[in-house]
Write a protein that binds this ligand. Structure first.
Ligand code: ADP
Ligand code: MG
Ligand code: ZN
Length: 512
């Protein structure tokens, strides 16, 4: 069997350790200056390098290299023996696998014998917080008066569960979670050396799913690469259960449009088709999180396939931030509460009910900022949300902004049916029919990238054709950038609350 990647990539020298500079520098100095302590406590989240650093220190204090600043050298007999796990004087005790009483008793019996091979007997006690009380007490006794040839390195993910009596006898070091960038860089390095082909977006998703730990990140990469093919975002998403399914998008749209029946329907269909409650809730949250990212101006961090990306950008234009946050909270509760039982879908249904139950909020979905500042606001300005337009629009064929708005979603569906590969459908979803000017339908987008893509005949023609099919008549369409910050009315402070509301789909209805 091949060795697991995370083991293979365990640093064997100080300078291979990623991050954790504060700890590593102190340990290196102690070795070089010959002032290694007799007891250490390494604490921090899993996969941040505690065991790695403990083994490095154990190897360094026994290394035979003349120059202390070069220890561990990884060349002398001792270093090689430690690297091959056959060095008698480095003893690892895993408190998690048994509660350690026997190990610690044995430790107490043997600790007074001198090291058999090296300079120091080094005891590495992993997950030390799991030691039973008697084992702890035994350990404490040895820590009180450690023989000069003994070094203890205790490691734990839960330093708050370590008795003060133990803490006070140890030199303490905190290991920190890695910033995303550090994990990604390490994964890239591994991919390069191991000849693994991986998409940047896939690596970034892996890194984010590992909550700051390197071991999980490397193991995930290992798992995804084990099939032999390229590690793509799609495979990563499917393994991690973060794929955005159409059900997720439909569900969010139904909630935003306050349509409980179709929201419930989406849930039941997805569950009937074998979806898992918790996974579905997670996917909804994951999707909303990305919409939020776009709204906060971090769209470059999106991890989504091109189709879904277009959808996300579209939703970022119409869903107010507070609505997003509310939805994320409700679905988070549903995910936590997904214990199954007699009604597995209950948590999701409650989330939907709660979200739709709320009275309409002052800022509505679907109303995007207009490019032109409003004139002197003496009268309230009417809103124009697609949902409202649909209610109030007369059911007659023909070209009016109302009618076009009403069938806009159908236009998107129709162009997709006619050419599933075309970008037209996604672009229609991202755009918003805003007005008819000189017989041309003006479609607003945020930013200038999307209107540029939209204004090509291979996009506009099928859109116009679909419009004709749905309404009986058609007019030319033209996309334009309705801007973000730079189109705020003159009296609105660009960094204030009103600006944020406007950018998140609000409209000024009155000013004083
Ligand atoms: N600081 C680090 N630098 C490089 N790799 C690391 C680091 N921390 C963890 N790793 C990777 O994760 C694996 C597990 O790390 P380990 O030291 O056992 O973590 P911990 O003991 O904190 O749970 C290592 O084998 C290595 O591949
Ligand atoms: Mg460990
Ligand atoms: Zn050595």
């Amino acid at each position: 069997m091949t060795q697991a990647l995370y083991r293979k990539w365990r640093p064997l020298a100080w300078d291979e350790v990623v991050s954790q500079e504060h700890v590593i520098q102190t340990l290196k100095n102690a070795v070089a200056g010959d002032h290694v302590a007799h007891a250490y406590l390494f604490s921090g989240p899993r996969g941040t390098g505690k065991t790695t650093a403990a083994r490095l220190l154990a190897k360094a204090v026994n290394c035979l290299a003349e120059d202390k600043s070069r220890r561990p050298c990884n060349e002398c007999a001792h270093c090689v023996a430690v690297n091959e796990s056959r060095f008698m004087d480095v003893i690892e005790i895993d408190a998690a696998s048994n509660n350690g009483v026997d190990d610690v008793r044995e430790l107490r019996e043997k600790i007074n014998f001198s090291p058999s091979q090296g300079r120091y007997k080094v005891y590495i006690v992993d997950e030390v917080h799991m030691l039973s009380k008697p084992a702890f007490n035994a350990l404490l006794k040895t820590l009180e008066e450690p023989p000069p040839h003994a070094i203890f390195i205790l490691a734990t993910t839960e330093s708050h569960n370590i008795p003060a009596t133990v803490l006070s006898r140890c030199q303490r070091h905190e290991f920190r979670r890695f910033p995303l960038g550090e994990i990604i860089r390490r994964l890239e390095e591994i991919c390069k050396t191991e000849n693994i082909l991986a998409d940047a977006e896939a690596l970034s998703l892996i890194a984010r799913q590992s909550s700051g730990g390197m071991r999980d990140a490397i193991s995930l990469l290992d798992q995804l690469a084990s099939t032999g093919g390229q590690v793509t975002l799609a495979t990563a998403q499917s393994v991690l259960g973060t794929t955005t399914s159409q059900a997720v998008i439909n569900l969010i749209e139904a909630i935003a449009a306050r349509q409980p029946a179709s929201a419930m329907n989406e849930i039941h269909q997805a569950l009937d088709a074998g979806a898992d409650v918790r996974t579905l809730a997670r996917q909804v949250i994951e999707y909303l999180r990305q919409v939020l990212l776009v709204q906060l101006g971090n769209g470059d961090q999106l991890e989504a396939t091109p189709d879904v990306r277009t959808q996300i950008v579209a939703h970022a234009q119409v869903l107010p931030t507070h609505e997003l946050v509310r939805m994320m909270r409700a679905f988070n509760a549903a995910a936590i509460d997904a214990r199954g039982g007699w009604a597995p879908s209950l948590g999701l249904e409650l989330a939907v009910a709660e979200l739709i139950e709320q009275p309409q909020l002052p800022i509505e979905t679907g109303s995007a900022p207009r490019p032109v500042p409003r004139p002197a606001p003496t009268q309230p300005v009417t809103r124009q949300s697609p949902a409202k337009a649909a209610e109030s629009a007369p059911e007659e064929p023909g070209i009016s902004l109302e009618n076009i708005t009403r069938v806009w979603k159908q236009i998107s569906n129709l162009v997709k049916q006619q050419d599933p590969k075309s970008a037209a459908s996604g672009l229609v979803n991202s755009g918003k029919p805003l007005e008819i000017q000189n017989g041309v339908l003006q479609v607003g987008f945020v930013g200038n990238l999307l209107p540029e893509k939209f204004n090509r005949p291979e996009i506009t023609q099928p859109v116009e054709k679909a419009m004709k099919e749905l309404l009986g008549v058609s007019i030319p369409v033209q996309g334009f950038d309705m801007g973000g910050k730079n189109t705020l009315p003159a009296h609105v402070k660009p960094d204030g609350m009103v600006a944020t509301a406007l950018q998140n789909g609000g409209e000024i209805v009155d000013t004083q």
